[in-house]
Design a protein around this ligand. Structure first.
Ligand SMILES: Nc1ncnc2c1ncn2[C@@H]1O[C@H](COP(=O)(O)OP(=O)(O)O)[C@@H](O)[C@H]1O
Ligand SMILES: [Mg+2]
Length: 240
């Protein structure tokens, strides 16, 4: 399972506002990459473009060697977990099984894979619970399991633990690390939690002013960045 992501000169505007102003990004196969930046920097916009949910105004997006993922039917290989989970009004099991049913897999295999996915997020005993009655943390664990059970080669996580309590943050970070170990999937995690970036990712990049100003291995990024603005950001001297 190897997928690379390449962005060259990606631009995106909403009305008169240019949110992405020539973003160059290379995420290597099997890498866990953290994208950080202040609120409003365009992180979600960038992730949606990588996921193929939106197209750039200009520039090139290549995912898994395929240009313009939006029209390539690559969707099934890409998993996305957003900040605010929306669960279906069904049981926890049904929520996680949904995508596998769409693939027409046999019930036996669906049961096995959903059970394993629920185990990994500590929800084995909640499989028959009504998903809409869960706590925010549990609901987000359902959403992670719903994405992971499809075994995407590229997993995109957008502030996926924001506003959750430390126990749920820790559990979900553990689930990401386990998923990566088991599948060697390429993972892009968007977060304003710098500690999370440090804990989970191997490399990090700062999105600021519509551009990716610096990427480096996490050690360098957080302790000895080249760019003055990265330095200010990781020191918490930049409002966000
Ligand atoms: N669909 C949209 N329509 C209009 N403006 C948008 C849309 N999506 C994002 N924006 C604007 O683009 C900027 C970047 O948003 P976003 O990508 O969500 O930033 P981040 O995720 O880094 O906080 C913000 O100013 C936001 O208001
Ligand atoms: Mg965002």
């Amino acid at each position: 399972m190897t997928v690379s992501v390449r962005l060259r000169g990606v631009q995106k505007s909403f009305g008169a506002k240019r949110v992405l102003d020539g973003v160059d990004l290379a995420v290597e196969p099997q890498e866990v990459f953290a994208l950080v930046g202040p609120s409003g920097a365009g992180k979600t916009t960038l992730l949606r473009i990588v996921a193929g949910l939106d197209g750039p105004d200009a520039g090139e997006v290549v995912v898994d060697g395929t240009a313009n993922p939006r029209s390539s039917g690559l969707g099934r290989e890409v998993g996305l977990v957003m900040q605010r989970p929306a669960v279906f009004r069904r049981t926890v099991f049904d929520n996680v099984a949904y995508g596998l049913h769409l693939q027409g897999l046999p019930e036996e295999e669906i049961d096995r894979r959903v059970s394993a996915a629920l185990d990994r997020v500590g929800l084995r005993d909640a499989r028959d619970a009504k998903a809409w009655t869960l706590s925010a943390g549990e609901a987000q664990r359902v959403c992670f399991a719903r994405a992971a059970v499809l075994r995407p080669k590229l997993l995109l996580l957008d502030e996926f633990t924001a506003n959750l309590d430390p126990a749920n943050v820790s559990l979900l970070e553990g689930a990401v690390t386990a998923y990566h170990r088991e599948t060697q999937a390429t993972i892009v995690i968007v977060t304003h939690n710098l500690f999370q970036a440090k804990r989970v990712a191997r490399r990090a990049g700062l999105l600021l002013g519509g551009k990716l100003v610096e990427t480096a291995d996490v050690e360098t990024f957080f302790t000895n960045p080249r760019n003055e603005r990265t330095r200010a950001f990781v020191r918490g001297e930049m409002p966000y």
